[in-house]
Design a protein. Structure first.
Ligand code: SF4
Length: 335
């Protein structure tokens, strides 16, 4: 039987051009713009309103796709969030007591996040609620990632190694010397009121004051065969510089210290203050390119955001399903 409700919805759907929301910039946005203009269009414009079950199929698919997280991103986020949570829960006491408490809560948070991921994947919860944890490689059925038990086994093994390295690093000792009242914000995402009149968003990890300096502790995981090491450290340098820019506006005159615990299967290290000298030039040039693709009425036209030329990149692209649908819609086919 024909689904007239679906057909009417499709016919009335929000097909392009799309009215854009207020512009903001982030490092993730910059990297996606560089990776593929079409993916950028899907993530930042097509997905608008896709949370609504009654929105167009295209918007819903785009919205679903943006929550599919590459495995290394999930690991980094889990480690970073677990450090923040463990610090917030760590009770007062001697440095030794705090250290043990931090380790206890860190393990607990890592375990909880992994169990939550397993639940979401096993029960396919993420298919019905885009905000439940989802791993891109699992959704695409790539190798061992397709098997939930193998995937969570890998997560436990990598996070377990990262935990062991972190426990031996100076980071935990440093944290044990910090009081809970030195914590600056509970927010995961923070924004800079950038001089060009739009916000710049960043996720710098745990933010606190220590010995008269504004500090942050972040964590990044790199997998074998993933991002190459020079891109990985360049990205950390840019993130550190964004944090310094945030502090220049928020805590002017205070020195800035940002520590990043980097974990990879070959080499782990603690990186201090890896700044990129001119982050503002990057923001200015990158945002100008993005804004140039919005017309004077604030509309984004899909034909201005072509697919990338490196079709090899499409195989692991989280937007590939939305991309196919969009391509069909642009050819006048019903989706
Ligand atoms: S599938 Fe390819 S062309 Fe389409 S959004 Fe992804 S990377 Fe771009």
């Amino acid at each position: 039987m024909r689904d007239f409700e679906q057909e009417v919805r499709n016919a009335a759907g929000p097909l392009p051009p799309i009215r854009t929301e207020e512009f903001s910039w982030s490092l993730a946005r910059h990297y996606l713009f560089r990776f593929c203009r079409r993916a950028y269009f899907i993530r930042y414009y097509l997905a608008q309103g896709g949370w609504d079950a009654y929105s167009h199929t295209l918007a819903r698919e785009a919205y679903f796709s943006k929550y599919l997280m590459p495995f290394d991103t999930w690991l980094s986020r889990t480690l970073r969030d677990s450090i923040r949570e463990a610090f917030a829960k760590m009770s007062a006491g001697s440095p030794g007591h705090k250290r043990r408490g931090f380790g206890f809560y860190l393990l607990r948070q890592i375990g909880k996040a992994t169990a939550d991921l397993q639940m979401s994947l096993k029960n396919r919860e993420y298919l019905y609620d885009a905000k439940r944890p989802a791993i891109l490689e699992h959704h695409l059925g790539i190798g061992d990632f397709a098997d939930v038990d193998k995937l969570t086994g890998m997560a436990v093994s990598i996070l377990g190694d990262a935990y062991a390295m972190l426990s031996r690093s100076d980071i935990i000792a440093d944290l044990a010397n910090i009081s809970f009242i030195d914590l600056r914000t509970d927010d995961v995402f923070i924004s800079i009121d950038y001089k060009k009149g739009f916000p710049v968003w960043l996720v710098p990890g745990l933010i606190y004051f220590h010995e008269g300096a504004a500090c942050a502790i972040n964590a990044e995981v790199r997998l074998t065969g993933g991002e190459n090491s020079s891109d990985f450290f360049a990205r950390i340098g840019r993130l550190d510089s964004l944090f310094a820019l945030y502090c220049a506006g928020r805590y002017p005159g205070f020195p800035v210290n940002i520590t990043t615990f980097t974990f990879s299967q070959e080499l782990s290290s603690v990186v201090y203050n890896l700044f990129e000298p001119d982050i503002e030039s990057l923001i200015d040039a990158s945002s100008a390119e993005m804004l140039a693709l919005i017309d004077k009425d604030g509309l984004a036209h899909p034909e201005d955001f072509p697919p990338c030329e490196n079709r090899e990149a499409c195989r692991k692209c989280r937007y590939q399903s939305a991309c196919r649908l969009l391509e069909s819609a642009m050819q006048g086919k019903q989706v």
